[in-house]
Write a new protein. Structure first.
Length: 207
């Protein structure tokens, strides 16, 4: 998939959640998409507050009818939105060796594409889409705070790393959007892919 035209931005040490309301988040708001032929626990765990998602390049897709590459993703379908400004917040961790993979998505787009944002890891760097603009040059083996703010009505999506705005992109419309995180294999994927997540929160901007 071709990269969006990404614009870099560098607002330092801001609170991306200011003016937003935190919403409930528990298992009733998300489900796990993982290889259809395996029990969920073979590719996902939730221990001591940490979601661990992993997948192998040889795994099956998430459904028998899907032609997509393998994934283990936390799909937050309980908060599908069609208007307003919404925000995903979490602490993420990508172990060394994971490459060729999407770790976070804003799902939803006008056809023929399926997403308005994908944050992807290639060789230790976090990119906007496949080898697009580098968001963070060295992401391996450390926890980082990620905030993604999606203004559905204006079509603008902002990405913050550790409270610093790193990226602003144009969304791709669609009937609705939803957040996803985990691992979803793409071009030149490594044999094993993994990401970990803790402190996942969903916010909506006050109106």
């Amino acid at each position: 998939m071709a990269a969006l035209p990404c614009e870099s931005a560098h607002d330092h040490d801001v609170d991306p959640t200011r003016g937003f309301v935190s919403l409930p988040f528990n298992r009733s708001y998300y489900h796990i998409q993982s290889p259809y032929n395996l029990p969920e626990e073979k590719r996902y765990s939730f221990v001591n507050g940490v979601h661990k998602c992993w997948v192998y390049s040889t795994d099956k897709p998430h459904s028998r009818t899907s032609r997509t590459k393998p994934r283990t993703e936390i799909a937050i379908q309980g908060y599908q939105y069609k208007s307003g400004t919404w925000e995903f917040e979490a602490y993420g961790y990508v172990p060394k060796g994971t490459s060729g993979v999407s770790i976070m998505q804003v799902f939803g787009s006008k056809p023929p594409t399926a997403t308005s944002l994908m944050l992807m890891v290639y060789d230790g760097s976090l990119h906007c889409y496949s080898r697009g603009r580098v968001v963070v040059a060295d992401i391996y083996d450390r926890w980082f705070k990620l905030n993604v703010v999606d203004d559905f009505d204006s079509g603008r999506i902002k990405v913050y790393i550790n409270n610093e705005m790193k990226l602003e992109v144009l969304g791709r419309g669609g009937k609705y959007h939803a957040f996803k995180c985990g691992v979803y294999a793409h071009r030149n994927d490594s044999r094993r892919m993994e990401s970990r997540w803790k402190g996942i929160k969903i916010f909506r901007k006050r109106v």
